[in-house]
Every structure is written in C-alpha cells, then in structure tokens.
Write a protein of this length. Structure first.
Length: 74
C-alpha cells in the first residue's frame, strides 16, 4: 500500500499574539479563523480538520498558507 499523506496536529499560539487582520489566518477548532498571525506552519492546498467542540470533524480545503493551531489537524 502506498502512503498518500501524513496527519499532523497543529501548534497552539497564545491568543495575545493573534490580530484581527493579517497575512495568515489561524485555524483551530472552529469553522472560522481564530485570528491572524505573522507566520504560517502549513503550506497552501492542504486539508484541515477541526478537533473538538461543536465543529468537531469539520473538513476544509485551504488554498492559502495558514497557521494550524492546537485544535486543528492537517
């Protein structure tokens, strides 16, 4: 069987470092971004899956680079 990808858990950022606008959005456990950050840890064209809460299991295709937070898998 051939590997088609890896599942990686994101890295949490303290909320005090997030802003209301910016170049890279931060995905955590929700459907909408938690805020914006000045760096990204996931390349464009990546699928993300929300962990926990009301949106647990929410799947999203991300066409842009973004920051995957501690409640997000990519």
């Amino acid at each position: 069987m051939e590997d088609i990808g890896d599942v990686v858990k994101g890295k949490q950022i303290n909320g005090e470092f997030l802003s209301e606008s910016g170049k890279y959005y931060v995905m955590n456990g929700g459907i909408e971004p938690s805020g914006f950050y000045n760096d990204y840890n996931v390349e464009a064209n990546t699928i993300s899956i929300s962990e926990g809460g009301n949106s647990c299991g929410y799947v999203q295709f991300n066409a842009c680079p973004f920051w995957s937070g501690g409640h997000c898998y990519t």
